[in-house]
Design a protein around this ligand. Structure first.
Ligand SMILES: [Cu+2]
Length: 202
């Protein structure tokens, strides 16, 4: 993706992010369960259109998702790529938005032990005509008011030591760890990804 199209894409999303910011961030960070993605989306709409903040807060208090800390991190469009049943590795993709005033460091990711042994932050680079992945042990920086997309051919979270592969319709429980921030717990759906070109050498 060229820089200019990246910037255009970011600016297109910035406005809706701003509208949703006030209450949406904490709702997203602490939401969990298999319908967390749908909840995030519907709440964003709710906030954007109606500004029914009080009603939404009630909902989250009732379900125990609301806390006093306001994390600046919002995870969107997350999913894990389905694998064949005996696969030992899988890739996870999402976009992380940093609505805060300070740069954020995603320092590591952990995965539910029932799903896989380990989760690593990887980057992908072309070396000649070979695509190679590298484990980013220092993590990834998300600049203030910026977002970073984890996608096929770029940054991704790699699950290692899958217990049963990942089948479409399943889910993956991940915890994202940030320097100086509350961890972000999220449950992502498993989806078949027909456009992926990601190959793994693990
Ligand atoms: Cu990888």
């Amino acid at each position: 993706m060229s820089l200019s199209s990246y910037v255009r894409q970011f600016h297109g999303k910035a406005f809706s992010c701003l509208l949703a910011l006030t209450c949406f961030t904490s709702a997203t960070v602490f939401a969990h369960g298999e319908d967390s993605l749908e909840r995030e989306i519907s709440h964003e709409h709710e906030h954007g259109k109606n500004h029914e903040h009080d009603k939404s807060h009630e909902h989250h208090k009732k379900h125990g998702h609301m806390t006093d800390s306001q994390s600046p991190v919002v995870l969107k469009d997350g999913y894990a790529r389905a694998t064949f049943p005996m696969a030992k590795t899988a890739a996870v993709y999402f976009t992380l938005h940093n609505h805060g005033e300070d740069d954020l460091q995603l320092s590591g990711v952990t995965v539910d032990a029932k799903v896989a042994d380990e989760a690593q932050i990887h980057t992908t680079k072309m070396e000649g005509d070979v695509m190679r992945m590298r484990h980013l042990t220092d993590g990834v920086t998300i600049g203030a008011h910026e977002h970073v997309t984890f996608t096929s051919g770029g940054y991704h979270v790699m699950l290692l030591g899958l217990k049963n592969g990942l089948s479409e319709g399943g889910e993956v429980q991940l915890t994202l760890h940030f320097d100086g921030q509350e961890p972000l717990y999220t449950v992502l759906p498993v989806k078949a990804d027909t456009q992926a070109v990601h190959k793994h050498g693990h």
